[in-house]
Design a protein. Structure first.
Length: 582
């Protein structure tokens, strides 16, 4: 008898498995359903809208739409119905959405977007809704923004609504001229958002006030709370007193709006104190601050009255419509509360003595103030002393005028004064340890710094000696950025080195030299901390040449580059940042 035994199974290597995907299968599946629909084969339900029938397949509809999934559920009467009526939809909208479900392609245009979006939202086809929203955002323009804003608001499309509202604000000047009726039909949420915008280029505030009142006439009466909410978005401080006095409307008679109108009139009566009494009601709806180039000219003895505005984002120049009232050199410029101040300097006048042309120069203590809200120059309180080749800076809304040269001699002065706008007067500040002119100053951490280096903590009355620069300079520039002070070139320096001061360590560090040595240039510090240098003079073949270059210094990367050129050669200009109406 043979012994029986169980043999062991063969020892195979463990098998490996792969999961492979066919990208064409899904497309082929949809193509098959699309062919069945076009040939009206195996259709088990008919959808009807506006008297038009659309044979379809329940399985595809239910798998593609939450609405149809619920509609064709086991407990609904439509689950076995041969036809389903959809009276809320148009044939065009339903046809477009069904084509999308069967093919993945959505046919939409500006004329059909409303009905297609309505159908996609009603049938809960969220992918189609997202495509419609993207189509609206990409197609925003002055012609479509109001219509799309109303559509986005009614269909609760937050991204499209926000984008449409921004476009309305940007295109407002065109809309007021060409499509005012579209604005008057705008939904209230969009109008609220637009009137709350910080940038509405090219539009006077009084035009927005008239638009809001006309909208209330056409869409009111609104509940008191909503009417107040709408009108409180207006900035009455940007409307001149004469226009404010002419405003007549029942919606302006509520206590809240009357108080805002009263505050606007009080603001206009504040005069010199306006810069330190700013609020949203008096803040320009303007883009980021421009760099103003105040005065200067093609030569140091030929100052001009023009004021250029430089847009750092587009690197373009424009001229202020209202130039300087005077021809000045060796003056100072600064900004406070959205106002431009031009201080002192030497006033240059052309004369004619005995038939010969002459030039008269007189050192000034005048202070000019420019209000960009109304494009108007005004005379502010004069400084206590006449000053030229001095420096000015701003700290805490206070303007400080430091040192300079006397009116009647080349002698320097050590006096310091500051402008108390509340009292409408200039006051004496802490006197410098010695007389200075041709110097520079800046503000860092609530202290004023003056080269050689002196520091004045504004809470005290004494200047404190700090570390001097490694290079003696005259006619140079100072700027503060990222917690440091930067000193740029002065007149006739043999090298192009610049320096950085660390106030914590009381130490100067030399940095990358300027591309080309120059002096008599304008300089501004941008919000990003970069420094811009405009024009100036340099030596070329033994002669002084006025340049057109605009240089940018990256304070973080210690790098210089030329970014553009001025419209014409310029020297002796003074720079400051100021928001301007477009």
């Amino acid at each position: 008898m043979l012994d029986a035994h169980l043999s062991s199974p063969p020892n195979f290597w463990m098998e490996s498995y792969s999961c492979l995907y066919s990208s064409s299968h899904r497309t082929g599946l949809l193509s098959g359903f699309q062919r069945l629909r076009s040939e009206r084969k195996m259709c088990d339900v008919v959808l009807e809208a506006g008297g038009v029938a659309f044979p379809c397949h329940r399985a595809l509809l239910a798998s593609s739409s939450e609405y149809f999934w619920a509609l064709f559920g086991e407990t609904t009467k439509e689950s076995s119905a041969a036809s389903v009526d959809l009276p809320a939809l148009t044939p065009e909208g339903l046809d477009a959405v069904l084509d999308f479900l069967y093919s993945g392609w959505l046919s939409v245009s500006p004329s059909t977007i409303a009905v297609v979006l309505q159908a996609a939202r009603y049938l809960q086809v969220e992918t189609a809704v997202s495509i419609c929203e993207r189509f609206m955002i990409d197609g925003l323009s002055a012609q479509t923004c109001c219509c799309y804003a109303n559509l986005a608001e009614s269909q609760v499309l937050s991204d499209a609504l926000e984008a449409a509202n921004q476009t309305i604000a940007t295109e407002m000047v065109t809309l007021l001229q060409e499509s005012r009726d579209d604005l008057l039909q705008l939904n209230v949420q969009s109008l609220l958002a637009v009137l709350d915008a910080d940038e509405i280029p090219g539009v006077r505030e009084v035009e927005l006030v008239k638009l809001a009142l006309d909208w209330l006439d056409g869409n009111g009466p609104l509940p008191l709370l909503k009417s107040n909410l709408l009108l409180s978005r207006l900035r009455f401080g940007l409307v001149c007193p004469d226009d404010l006095a002419r405003l007549k409307h029942r919606a302006l008679s509520t206590p809240l709006i009357r108080s805002q109108l009263t505050r606007a009139l009080e603001y206009h009566r504040m005069g010199p104190a306006q810069p330190i009494r700013q609020s949203k009601q008096s803040t320009l709806r303007a883009s980021a601050s421009r760099v103003l180039l105040v005065g200067g000219g093609s030569g140091v003895d030929r100052p001009e009255q023009h004021v250029l505005a430089f847009d750092p984002s587009s690197r373009t120049f424009s001229s202020l419509s209202s130039g300087l009232p005077l021809r000045l050199r060796h003056h100072c410029a600064c900004s406070v509360g959205g106002f431009l101040f031009v201080l002192g300097g030497e006033e240059v006048k052309d004369g004619d003595e005995d038939g010969k042309k002459s030039v008269a120069v007189a050192t000034s203590n005048q202070v000019l103030r420019y209000d960009p809200r109304f494009g108007r120059w005004e005379q502010a309180e004069a400084m206590l002393e006449r000053r030229a080749q001095f420096s000015c800076c701003v700290a805490g809304g206070v303007i400080y005028a430091i040192g300079g040269r006397r009116a009647d001699a080349r002698a320097s002065v050590a006096s310091v004064e500051f402008y108390d706008m509340t009292a409408r007067a200039w006051r004496r500040g802490a006197t410098l340890p010695r007389a200075l002119h041709g110097h520079a100053s800046t503000v860092l951490d609530d202290s004023v710094y003056v080269i050689q280096l002196l520091r004045w903590d504004l809470s005290g009355r004494v200047w404190e000696k700090r570390a001097s620069m490694s290079i003696a300079r005259f006619g140079h520039r100072l700027a503060s950025a990222h917690g440091f002070i930067y000193a740029l070139l002065g007149m006739y320096e043999p090298f192009c080195d610049i320096e950085r001061y660390d106030s914590q360590a009381d130490h100067w560090t030399r940095l990358r030299p300027l591309l080309v040595g120059s002096f008599g240039y304008g300089m501004a510090s941008t919000p990003s901390g970069n420094l811009l240098v405009f024009g100036g003079r340099r030596w070329s073949d033994g002669q002084e040449v006025v340049t057109k270059s605009v240089l940018e210094y990256d304070t973080k990367k210690d790098r210089w580059r030329e970014i553009c050129q001025l419209p014409r050669p310029l020297t002796g200009t003074e720079c400051t940042l100021l928001p301007l109406p477009d």
